[in-house]
Design a protein around this ligand. Sequence first.
Ligand code: HGY
Ligand code: MN
Ligand code: MN
Length: 413
Amino acid sequence: MKSVSINAARLQQEIDDLALITEAAPPVVTRVLFGEADLRGRVFVKNICREIGLTIREDAVGNIFARWEGADKNLPAVATGSHTDAIPNAGKYDGVVGVLGALEAIHALQAAGFQPKRSIELIVFTSEEPTRFGIGCLGSRLLGGVLSLERAAALRDRDAQDLEFWRAQGGCKGDLSSVKLPKDCYAAFVELHIEQGPILEAEKLDIGVVEKIAAPSTLRVQLTGVGGHAGATLMPGRRDAALAGAEIALAVERAATTTGNPDTVGTTGIFRIEPGAVNSVPCQAYLEIDLRDTLVKTRDAALVQIETAVKEICGRRQIEFTMERLNVDPPAICDAQTVSIAESAARQLGFTVKRMISRAYHDSLFMAQVCPTTMIFIPCHKGYSHRPDEYSSPAQIAKGVAVLAQTLAKLAE
Ligand code: HGY
Ligand code: MN
Ligand code: MN
């Protein structure tokens, strides 16, 4: 095989072009599940897959599979991939580096004359972000059989639309029961992703290899108080839903900062109040709470502390509430052998590398329940992510792609 050369300029152009497919005004990137921008983004990626001769299929929830056939079709393939959906007010690299970068890695291996024994398959996962239904990794959860078909059928977006409605919008065919992957369908899965944290940049390192992915959970709380005229409703006896929500948001912060584990993080990322008129006492509040941790024990203790606080606050303020755990997931432990293959690839390429924990969740969290999995991280500026000034340089991205290409070649030979 000739030496593998990554076309950083071509890849950057593709990243920049995809970033222009957005629901918002560039440079803001937003592509929510099966919305118009998400659908155009999928077409954009599939066109590149076709240009490099990959065979494409889509499953019943819209996960896209693009395969480079290996010499031995009977062997489990090697998979790589990530997501192209993006939360509101996002940047252009989260997920995209792992999709377009994987295509560039495959393109470069083809150009170098590499002939894979095992097929290499790109997966573009449906709805890695939680924006549509409140739960992240919808596509990889169903691939891994982690989300029951009943739970999937019960999902509703903020307009009470269900998954069937959005599957139809996405042109998905087939029954959801066909999505779950058979055990050992893949020999390994490797995801390239920006770190979404400051460590690699701060330590001036080229590459991170992920050994563990933190345990995420999401709590949905609906609060109902009593509305009224802001001027005519005196303070005593008010049942203000927003103030109950405010106390709950502070209880989330308190729970996350008192576990004794610095890796516990809690965020009230969604906080909507109704009717949203300055001169009207809020009668409704809706919160979505994101709680994560590298340790299940402290994550679960913090979750119970928050739920207890919700009950106490609503009792004291005479606020009715409903509370639902949308997801409470275990952490993922990455496969030691796959980790060391990726780490050796980085070293053989002369890059500096460290093993690390991913505090962000990814589709790898669920692919780790399907097959041996690891992730390759590249630095991102000041760790910024989920904001438009998210940034990794073409050189940093090219190093990640080169390590991915070398890792895929090793796994597929
Ligand atoms: O929220 C996360 O960790 C991921 O970026 N969706
Ligand atoms: Mn993200
Ligand atoms: Mn991501």
